[in-house]
Design a protein. Structure first.
Length: 93
């Protein structure tokens, strides 16, 4: 699947900014900068990974700047960025 640079989200409190870029290597690379990384960093990375795998994105570099987003917000931002990066519309059959 071809990946191009794409963003979703903001740097507002309670939100997360997700950037997806093409990767030169195989697999997902997730770089997380979070105000709550000490407590929830592994959960956030796992959620990003899981969401991308469900969408069929296997090779990408993900940069996430989290400001305390809830899981539902993280999933929504990752999905929106993946749709923009791949052109695949996940909301249509």
């Amino acid at each position: 699947m071809e990946i191009k640079n794409a963003f979703a989200g903001t740097l507002e409190s309670g939100d997360i900014l997700i950037q997806i870029s093409p990767s030169e290597s195989t697999g997902l690379t997730i770089d997380l900068d979070s105000t709550v990384a000490f407590q929830f960093g592994e959960q956030i990375k796992s959620l990003i990974n899981e969401t991308l795998q469900e969408l069929g994105v296997d090779n990408a570099v993900v940069t996430a700047k989290d400001k305390g987003a809830l899981d539902c917000t993280i999933r929504a931002r990752v999905t929106a960025a993946a749709v923009r990066a791949t052109g695949k519309d996940v909301w249509k059959d």
